[in-house]
Design a binder for this molecule. Structure first.
Ligand SMILES: C[S@@+](CC[C@H](N)C(=O)[O-])C[C@H]1O[C@@H](n2cnc3c(N)ncnc32)[C@H](O)[C@@H]1O
Length: 506
């Protein structure tokens, strides 16, 4: 039904250190190449040819941060808190009441420092890599100019041509050694690795004359003078095909309707750990069964008119959503007299849209369409574990602090300001909707629906397209539809919409 898609080659690649596994308990989304580890002070170079006083500098044009460190606030690559909220609701992660406070405070800390991600992140742990033949990098349109870092150590950007003769290299070494705080020439030898650090994609640089314990992680925008290295690296970039295949199997074995493709042409991240693909909600042990069973209809016209189960017409003859935004979608159930062709039965049949889980540049995994989709088409249900509000508080507290919550409150019928009784947690159990990203200009909307019962506290959450969708278009919804700015955690938004609000407030 589906397939694994990857476009990069394996030959000649630089094998990454497998690093720790990517379980959701704090490591999800962590770059597979190597564990970023805690922030470290720079490792002082000890080789005699090395400029003393500091580790290798950044790529030309970079200004080193005061305390070189990996991005602060989030463990690299974690997927941050998401307490999804329905259309007319309070918004992500809000109003959860007790138990939230501590996590939110912590999370706020995370959010606030996120914008100050250090450009250069020294990684003191050596990586077993094969370093290609060193290339000298000619900075384009950039004369040699000193770039001052926070310690006022001038770094001279080399204007040397590629493949410098040996003498020149020795000369450089001679010039750069023995200066404690004088100028030094820092040359990128190779790009070793790349990975997503909590939404920021970074590349690991090996500096000429410096060890593998002294690499730096920089943004793509800092590689402007490194185009040859970049091209070489991208051509040979490692792809963990086996891990992608594992991801594909995880999805396709459980997925019963749509064909799903998995692709990653961005980084080396593969199958999420500790994630089970499910098609239906799982009720936690302490969740009561719905208390208002559906009274089955006796319709013989497939519910075209006056069906007791429904309160209006929700779908057109093609099954496209036409009901107003605040209308709950009540479908006929298993005990109804109508047939499979009943006009109310849309969600329960599932979706057959051809979708792809793909790796985005800055948002981790996302979902895009592989076909044209018409406006009003049912795409997926948000499924996970149904848990109590108290459990959601507990999980939200822990997870929000770690930036890992996938909670969606079932509050579409809860009075404004009140807390819903139940939530859906899709962190470890979910379906394709687990991977839907946020956009300030969404093409999906979320509705409440009922099939087997009518218990307003346990409504189902279902996604429909709000406009026609082109092939390759990402499917996204608004995590904060009320956009009231109320929330405790903020992350930078990479939705790329013209009217992007720049931040996602949870
Ligand atoms: C429900 S998950 C979506 C799937 C996720 N991308 C993944 O890889 O599993 C929500 C997380 O995705 C990321 N994300 C989603 N939309 C984003 C956006 N517009 N900008 C930045 N990050 C986004 C954030 O890290 C957020 O916490």
């Amino acid at each position: 039904m589906g397939q694994v898609s990857e476009t990069t080659e394996e030959a000649g690649r630089v094998p990454p250190d497998p690093g720790p596994s990517r379980g959701r308990g704090g490591t999800r989304g962590r770059p597979r190449g190597r564990p970023p580890g805690p922030a470290h002070a720079p490792v002082r170079p000890s080789a005699p040819v090395r400029p003393r006083g500091r580790p290798p500098g950044p790529a030309p044009g970079l200004v080193r941060p005061l305390t070189p460190a990996r991005p602060r606030g989030h463990p690299p690559g974690v997927v941050r808190a998401l307490s999804l909220s329905p259309t007319a609701s309070r918004g992500i992660g809000r109003g959860r009441g007790r138990g939230r406070g501590r996590g939110q405070e912590a999370a706020r800390g995370h959010g606030s420092v996120r914008g100050r991600i250090a450009t250069v992140i020294p990684m003191p742990v050596p990586v077993p890599v094969t370093v290609p033949e060193p290339l000298m990098r000619p900075p384009k349109n950039q004369p040699s100019q000193p770039v001052l870092d926070s310690r006022s150590v001038p770094l001279v950007v080399t204007a040397q041509k590629r493949n410098l003769p040996k003498k020149s290299r020795q000369q450089i070494a001679a010039e750069t050694s023995g200066h404690t705080d004088g100028s030094g020439i820092y040359v990128v030898e190779a790009i070793l690795n790349d990975a997503d650090f909590g939404g920021v994609h970074l590349f690991e640089l090996k500096w000429e004359g410096y060890s593998l314990a002294e690499t730096s992680w920089v943004k793509k925008s800092d590689l402007d003078n490194c185009k040859e290295h970049y091209k070489t690296y991208m051509k040979n970039r490692p792809v963990n095909t086996a891990d992608l295949r594992k991801f594909y199997i995880l999805v396709s074995e459980a997925q019963s309707t749509q064909p799903i493709v998995i692709s990653n042409t961005v980084d080396t991240v593969g199958c999420p750990d500790n994630f089970t693909y499910i098609n239906e909600n799982i009720y936690s042990e302490n969740i009561p069964r719905p208390c208002t069973p559906l009274c089955p209809c006796t319709c013989t016209d497939n519910c075209k008119k006056d069906c007791e189960c429904v309160e209006g017409q929700y779908y057109d003859s093609d099954g496209a959503l036409i009901a107003d935004r605040d209308v709950p979608l009540m479908e006929c159930g298993p005990r109804c007299a109508c047939s499979e062709d009943c006009v109310t039965r849309v969600i329960q049949k599932g979706s057959n849209v051809n979708l792809e889980i793909f790796r985005t540049q800055h948002k981790g995994w996302g979902v895009r369409s592989r076909q044209h989709i018409k406006k009003g088409t049912f795409i997926a249900e948000y499924v996970g574990e149904i848990i109590t509000s108290e459990d959601a508080d507990r999980r939200g507290c822990d997870d929000t602090a770690a930036g890992l919550t996938y909670l969606f409150d079932l509050d579409m019928n809860t009075p404004k300001g009140a807390i819903s009784e139940f939530s859906i947690d899709a962190k470890t159990h979910g379906n394709i909707s687990h991977f839907f990203n946020h956009s300030c200009d969404p093409n999906l909307e979320i509705r409440q629906a009922f099939v087997e019962h009518r218990d307003p506290r346990l409504h189902r959450l279902v996604f429909f397209t709000t406009r026609d969708i082109e092939p390759k278009e990402e499917l996204v919804f608004d995590y904060d539809p009320s956009n009231d700015g109320v929330g405790k955690m903020t992350i930078r938004c990479f939705c790329g919409a013209k009217k992007c609000r720049k931040v996602i407030v949870f």
